[in-house]
Design a protein around this ligand. Sequence first.
Ligand SMILES: [Zn+2]
Ligand SMILES: [Zn+2]
Length: 274
Amino acid sequence: MRDVDWDLLAACVGGASFVGLAVYHAVAGYLHYRYYVRRRDALESWKLQPERFLTPELHRLAIRSGTRNMALSGVLTGVLVYAIVSGSFDPPIYTEIAGASGWAYTIGSTVLLFVLMDYIAYWVHRALHTRLLFRRLHRFHHRFVATTPYVAIALHPVELLALQAATLTPLLVIPFHAASVAAILLYILVYNVVDHSGVRLTSALPWQPPSRFHDDHHAWVHVNFGQHLMIWDRLHGTLRRHGRRYGPEVFGGRGERDRSDAGEGRGLEPFIRY
Ligand SMILES: [Zn+2]
Ligand SMILES: [Zn+2]
C-alpha cells in the first residue's frame, strides 16, 4: 500500500469543502438578503407561498443541517479527488482534449452525464417517497414546507450519501472530462439552492424548470420528483395534475381523484403547466 501524501489530501479535502461551502453560502446568502431582508414588505410580488414562513428554529436548523452536509460532502469529494489524483482509484476520468472529435465527445458526454445524473436523482428521490424511506429519512427534508435558500441541502445525512453515491456511478463506467464533472456538480448545487429559494424565479436555460416546480413538491409532497428536468415526471406520470388531491398521506406520486368531482370524466387530468 502506498504512503498517504497528507499535504495533497489536505489540499483536496480543504479545496472541495471550501468551494462547496462558499458557493452554498454565497448563493443562499444572496437570495436571502435580496428577497427575505430587502423585499420583506412586498411578499406578494415575489414569494411562492406568501402566507407560509419557516419558524426561526426551522430557519436555523436549515442553515445548520445544510452547512454540516455541505462540509461532509466536501470531505468525501476531496477524498475521492485525492484517490484519483494519487492513482489509488482509477475511474475513466480524463483531463486532455485532442482535436475536434475530442471536443465533440467531451460536449456530448457532458450532456449525457447531466441527463444520467438527473434520471438517477429522480429515481432515488422517488424511492425516498415510499412509505418506509419517507418516514425514516426523507421526512426531515419535508418538514420545510415553505422552503428558503438554505433548505437546499438540509437533508438526513444518509439520504445525502445515498444520493451522491448513486448519481456518481456513471463515472465508474463512462469516460468524462474532469471539468465536466466539476461544472455539473456546481450546477446542481446552485440550482438546488435556487429551486428551494421560495422565490418565484425562472431560468434562461430552457430545460431548467421555474422554482415553482420544486416548491410545489414541498407544498404537495408526493409529486414532482425531478431535479433539473421535468421530462421524467411527465414520462412516469408523476408531474402534478389539475384537479387531483395530493398531500403527506397520498403516496405514489399520482395523487388521488378529488372526491368532490368523482365520476366526472374518465381519463387523467392534464398536467400543470410550469
Ligand atoms: Zn422529496
Ligand atoms: Zn426539496
